[in-house]
Design a protein around this ligand. Structure first.
Ligand code: ATP
Ligand code: MG
Length: 361
């Protein structure tokens, strides 16, 4: 499992680990992304730190507006003005054979430079939250997949077309030889989703970022697409960062889970302990708000009280404290808790587990 570096947290009595893990493909370290708008500064990310384990599926969960998509765009260096990364770094650990990893700091690369353009698509691919806007309505499905193959793989047009058909076939597209010449509006929503996945996988990326890839689909198609992604992840040995607000999908798909709240990670844990023994009060509240088999008929679902504050406001103390059932007066409303890495490989940001304070809070 994870091979992490343990250090002692100042003033906490707990073991904390530095964010870098030797089994991770990518590390996000202390990432701050702000949007400078006419309404003020929207602090979308406030020091996001987590690791994406190699050849596993990491689920990213949180309510709407907590910064899931902005984190993905920040990793890809695709945040558009008036937004920008103001602090922190994203490090990709390339694995070349059995030797040590070749580490690239993506946040140091020019956003539109040759190296970042190569990494986007060839090494890290992304399925965007809105598939309709990600596929170009003016080009056939085949032309769009071929463009990616021609850009990154140095093959001729005939070979690129063959590879496009193969990648459509691999994602379970019915009649790939027909679909390759069709336009996005000529195929169904589920088929478009498969075409998006085929496009993302056409260059065999080592990391796939999937932002709510199944939200717009019916449950049967959703189940097929989730199965497909798991199978491909296993066959190709790819790592997947899977963004969703649906804990049911996470239970079905992920090996590890990151829970985000208001631009910060509040908990990271392997999937089983997260569901059976959630640590953070926000994770517990999220789990109480979804239906579970075995819970009595009379037991009601409990929505999380209050709403996510807007990102323009500043809350003193822990950002979750106004909604928290374990709120401690004089503690939680004074400082922002720091992240504490526990000995079992889990991480949590809460004063129930440590008195560690966030330095930049
Ligand atoms: N272009 C922008 N201008 C201003 N604020 C923005 C912009 N894009 C994102 N934000 C803000 O950043 C915060 C995080 O947004 P993000 O899209 O990452 O949320 P999310 O977790 O992906 O939510 P959802 O589940 O609804 O997709 C939000 O509060 C949002 O309002
Ligand atoms: Mg989103």
């Amino acid at each position: 499992m994870s091979d992490q570096v343990s250090v002692k947290a100042a003033g906490s009595g707990q073991n904390v680990q530095q964010p870098t893990r030797r089994d991770s493909i990518l590390d996000v370290r202390g990432l701050y992304t702000y949007f400078y708008t006419d309404l003020g500064v929207a602090r979308a990310l406030n020091g996001v730190t987590y690791s994406i384990p190699r050849e596993k599926v990491l689920g990213i969960v949180g309510e709407s507006g907590c910064g899931k998509s902005v984190t993905a765009l920040s990793i890809m260096q695709l945040v558009q003005p008036p937004g920008r990364i103001v602090k922190g770094e994203v490090v990709l650990h390339r694995q070349n054979g059995a030797g040590p990893t070749d580490d690239v700091v993506l946040t140091d690369l020019a956003r539109h430079g040759v190296e970042m353009r190569h990494i986007r698509g060839a090494e890290i691919a992304m399925i965007f939250q809105e598939p309709m806007s990600s596929l170009n309505p003016l080009f056939t499905i085949g032309a769009q997949i071929m463009e990616a193959i021609l850009l990154h793989q140095g093959v001729d047009k005939a070979e690129a077309r063959d590879r496009a058909i193969t990648s459509l076939d691999r994602v379970g597209m019915p009649s790939p030889k027909v679909v390759v010449d069709q336009y996005p509006h000529q195929i169904s929503g589920g088929m478009r989703q498969r075409a998006m996945i085929a496009l993302a996988l056409s260059c065999a990326p080592s990391l796939l970022i999937a932002d709510e890839p199944t939200t717009a689909l019916d449950v049967t198609t959703e189940a097929q697409i989730l199965d497909l992604m798991r199978t491909l992840q296993h066959d190709i040995g790819m790592s997947i960062m899977f963004i969703t607000h649906d804990l049911g999908v996470v239970a079905q798909t992920a090996d590890e889970v990151v829970i985000m709240y208001l631009g910060r990670v509040v908990e990271q844990a392997p999937v089983d302990p997260l569901f059976y023994d959630p640590l953070h009060p926000y994770t517990r509240a999220l789990l109480r708000s979804i239906p579970r088999i075995g819970r009595g008929i009379k037991e009601k679902l409990q929505p999380i009280r209050g709403v996510v504050p807007n990102p323009y406001s500043r809350i003193t103390g822990c950002p979750f404290s106004p909604r928290c059932d374990s709120f401690m007066e004089g503690v939680c409303n004074v400082n922002v808790p720091g992240i504490t890495h526990l000995d079992d490989g889990r991480a949590v940001r809460c004063f129930l587990y440590s008195d560690r304070v966030e330095e930049n809070g």
